[in-house]
Design a protein around this ligand. Sequence first.
Ligand SMILES: *[C@@H]1O[C@H](CO)[C@@H](O)[C@H](O)[C@H]1NC(C)=O
Ligand SMILES: *[C@@H]1O[C@H](CO)[C@@H](O)[C@H](O)[C@H]1NC(C)=O
Ligand SMILES: *[C@@H]1O[C@H](CO)[C@@H](O)[C@H](O)[C@H]1NC(C)=O
Ligand SMILES: *[C@@H]1O[C@H](CO)[C@@H](O)[C@H](O)[C@H]1NC(C)=O
Ligand SMILES: *[C@@H]1O[C@H](CO)[C@@H](O)[C@H](O)[C@H]1NC(C)=O
Ligand SMILES: *[C@@H]1O[C@H](CO)[C@@H](O)[C@H](O)[C@H]1NC(C)=O
Ligand SMILES: *[C@@H]1O[C@H](CO)[C@@H](O)[C@H](O)[C@H]1NC(C)=O
Length: 437
Amino acid sequence: MARLSFLALAASVLAGTVAASCPKPLIIDSDFGSFDDDPLALGLANIFQLWGEAEILAVVISTDYKLAAPAVDAIDTFYKHPDIPIAINKPLSDATQTAEYATPYGDYITGLTYDFPEDVRTGYNTTTPLALYRKYLSEAADKSVTIVLIGNTINLYALMESPADSYSPLSGIELIRAKVAELAVQAAANGKSYNLYSEKPLDAEFVVDNWPADVPLTYIGSNIGGNVRFGARLTTELDLSVNPVAYTFNHSVGYNLSYKTWDATAMYYAVRGLDDVYAFNFTKGHDVADANATTSWLNNGYNSSENGVVFAANGIGNATFAARLEEILLWQPGDAIPASLTKNTQCSTSMPSGVASSVAASTVVASSGVASASGVAVATGVTSVAGAATATGAATATGGASTATVSVVPVSSAVKATTLFGSKIVAALVAAFVLFN
Ligand SMILES: *[C@@H]1O[C@H](CO)[C@@H](O)[C@H](O)[C@H]1NC(C)=O
Ligand SMILES: *[C@@H]1O[C@H](CO)[C@@H](O)[C@H](O)[C@H]1NC(C)=O
Ligand SMILES: *[C@@H]1O[C@H](CO)[C@@H](O)[C@H](O)[C@H]1NC(C)=O
Ligand SMILES: *[C@@H]1O[C@H](CO)[C@@H](O)[C@H](O)[C@H]1NC(C)=O
Ligand SMILES: *[C@@H]1O[C@H](CO)[C@@H](O)[C@H](O)[C@H]1NC(C)=O
Ligand SMILES: *[C@@H]1O[C@H](CO)[C@@H](O)[C@H](O)[C@H]1NC(C)=O
Ligand SMILES: *[C@@H]1O[C@H](CO)[C@@H](O)[C@H](O)[C@H]1NC(C)=O
């Protein structure tokens, strides 16, 4: 492969070889701590961000475990995104898992918090999910944000019921209609789903019944992830003391065992769409939920943007999909990026074989999707305090791998803690400081 200069690569990216939808901005809404599949999904999202496919604007949490937020930060930090804004509702509890499902979903948030690098320390050091939802939706481009609901609905309910505030003159519903590209929900369009009934079923009923008809909403049911089982290789091939996703899986499920992976299957859809995996079974109908959050799909006379996915009849199927998800999660920062894993039909032209989308950090704060195939440095600006990334060197793409020398200036935890969530203003100031010193 030809040697490419980093600037040439960046210029080609800026010139439009990246489809507008990539990287796809995500807000992840997770019941982190309850099951072992949320860490899998969060790991996938972080990897997709390093590969230029996604940009995690924020992670909001719908459990009340005080260690859930630092545990999320441990995973983000492992994937070089230590300043993705995280929020959880207060008051918090000392619980570390859902007692009802203690086996096999063991407490993994304690280990993630205390045995892996992170700097949130406790959920009390974070703002509210509603604040992050409203801040990042209000700042996003129109119809750009994909909300990935892999937890219960309490945060989304709060958003939908929210009035205008200092972030936006729009109500929650108006913000959603203006800014959201799609809501991807790990739940079934027909039937009972844990994410809908587990916490406040009336909130779920409200969200399902009142989601605006013109904003795409897609259900990825549990029957999918229930048959997509993997994880054994994460525990046997990765260092369990270094890779937090592998640690979590081993701790929850066990060594050399595979398990159902619901949220991971929803995250894959959220970032890559139907791809060669899924097909829409339901479209253009309208879903309703009862007071127990049991959903029913209505077909007649509706013209909404709601969908339900199933495995495509001619798609890759359970086992191949499981193997693909596991291969992606076996990837770690510093590894070469296998071209076979980075095919994203929504941004296919941005993925020359073996080379991650390398968007130069020339505008510092706005940089996202910065990745290096060789992993010399992997930086991402995100829209957060972490955005102080500067490209300092030339990158070469040789033999299918690119090396971008990117210096990342981590913002101190003190800054993050005192601002409570990523502030672009702070990021800009820090960036300016870095640039002019
Ligand atoms: C963050 O949490 C730690 C540990 O509980 C605490 O000592 C510190 O005061 C907190 N920082 C802020 C800004 O709340
Ligand atoms: C369905 O809704 C879309 C916009 O959401 C609109 O363009 C289309 O005309 C509608 N179709 C019918 C049959 O009402
Ligand atoms: C991995 O899980 C097994 C139980 O299946 C446990 O015995 C072992 O200690 C775990 N390894 C680590 C490093 O936590
Ligand atoms: C994992 O389990 C499989 C059987 O399911 C076995 O063939 C393999 O040797 C095991 N690997 C390790 C590292 O224990
Ligand atoms: C697709 O939807 C139809 C109609 O609701 C349902 O009967 C069928 O079981 C669904 N197919 C799958 C594979 O879920
Ligand atoms: C909800 O569940 C309760 C308890 O199982 C049941 O008594 C009630 O009829 C259900 N409500 C609806 C609307 O299905
Ligand atoms: C997935 O696995 C289930 C359960 O074994 C099976 O019924 C279904 O046909 C499989 N679907 C695909 C597409 O592999």
